[in-house]
Design a protein around this ligand. Structure first.
Ligand code: 5GP
Length: 355
């Protein structure tokens, strides 16, 4: 058992495709490899190599780091592999099972609704709506016989452009599912700018959709001021490449931060775990709302407990301090109460966006 596996935890930053079990991804690639005649094997072998490189070794200093852009290649592979509703159902269920086994009591999964096409990319086999309905269906079934609560954020992928993002936000409104609690803005930070998406942020506000935005994953992120000062989302993800002035600004005007330690190491946003900006916030204000998250636990082959351990060892934080961190920063007692003895009214009272 991991050191923190018994600690009840919450996960607020987990991408669905990136959370597919590492071994499932490798199995699916091997199936492709075996099913093919000689045309593609080299490509698939290099994809397996890439995954091996991204897999995190459980050490404090990460030697397996890759650039952010290389990491994004993995999602193209994953989207190819997750190409029907049956497989989507299976991997989603496995993800929920894995988080619950790690004693996660509240999981907020996020995913970009996408159409699944036939091999020639001419015909839509599964629409965005059906993609989402399948995932919501898995969450519903899971909640019926498990204690962990699960909610969904719909992602807007900046690389796919404004129109695609708009469709996702409209879908969130149309589906009116209690499982959809907000919108995540993510995708390759080297592609496009979130400033182009201003109308989508406005639509979210007008429709009461909570927002969380990936920010400062790279040093030359030109969206930082726009997001921190103009948009002021309900939460922000990563937030590692901030200068001292920006850290001070956040300390004075806090926005809850979703910290993803291994992800930041693997993608070279942070070079050493004991230099992680988590501590800039934590040391200056013990009450700053910070939550430890996994980001893409399947790709990195990690668990939430391991992420807790990484932070606790790097900054010499005791078990109690880690517990206190989760408990106070994100309404933890409320979640515990809710999960131990939940009822519909408890569920309504809990808002993970308002720590
Ligand atoms: P999906 O939305 O397909 O369930 O999960 C994969 C998607 O999440 C990727 O295509 C990408 O848009 C987003 N994503 C996953 N990890 C990261 C990350 O570390 N940074 C950013 N900016 N986006 C990510």
């Amino acid at each position: 058992l991991d050191k923190f596996s018994k600690l009840p935890k919450i996960e607020l930053h987990a991408h669905l495709s990136g959370s597919v079990r590492y071994h499932t991804i490798i199995d699916l690639l091997n199936e492709e490899l075996n099913a093919l005649d000689s045309a593609e094997p080299q490509k698939i072998k290099s994809e397996i190599d890439l995954l091996n490189c991204l897999k995190n070794k459980p050490s404090i200093s990460c030697t397996n780091s890759r650039s952010l852009s290389e990491c994004f290649q993995v999602f193209t592979i994953l989207h190819r592999l997750l190409n029907n509703l049956n497989i989507l159902e299976k991997v989603t269920h496995d993800i929920l099972q894995d988080f619950e086994s790690d004693n996660c009591v509240y999981l907020e999964l996020r995913t970009t609704p996408r159409n699944i096409y036939d091999q020639n990319r001419t015909k839509i086999l599964v629409s965005k709506r059906h993609y989402l309905k399948k995932i919501i269906n898995v969450l519903e079934n899971f909640e019926r016989c498990h204690k962990m609560r699960v909610r969904l954020l719909l992602s807007v992928d900046r690389a796919k452009g404004v129109q695609d993002g708009l469709e996702n936000v409209l879908l969130a409104n149309e589906l009116e599912s209690k499982y959809i609690v907000g919108i995540d803005f993510s995708g390759n930070p080297h592609v496009n700018s979130f400033q182009d998406f201003e109308q989508i942020f406005n639509i979210c506000k007008e429709n009461g959709l909570k927002t969380t935005v990936h920010i400062a994953e790279i040093w030359n992120d030109r969206d930082k001021d726009f997001i921190l000062k103009k948009i002021r989302p309900d939460r922000i993800g990563h937030s590692v490449c901030l200068d001292q002035e920006e850290v001070e600004y956040l300390i004075q005007n806090p926005i809850p931060i979703e910290i993803c330690p291994t992800s930041n190491l693997v993608t070279k946003c942070v070079h050493q775990i004991d230099k992680h900006p988590f501590f800039d916030f934590y040391s200056k204000n013990k009450n700053y709302p910070l939550t430890i998250c996994t980001d893409d636990c399947g790709i990195f082959d990690i668990t939430l407990s391991k992420e807790y351990e990484l932070i606790s060892e790097a900054f010499k934080l005791s078990h109690e301090q880690m517990f206190y961190l989760s408990k106070t920063k994100m309404n933890f007692t409320e979640i515990l109460r809710w999960c131990n003895d939940y009822s519909a009214s408890d569920a309504q009272g809990f808002d993970p966006f308002c720590p």
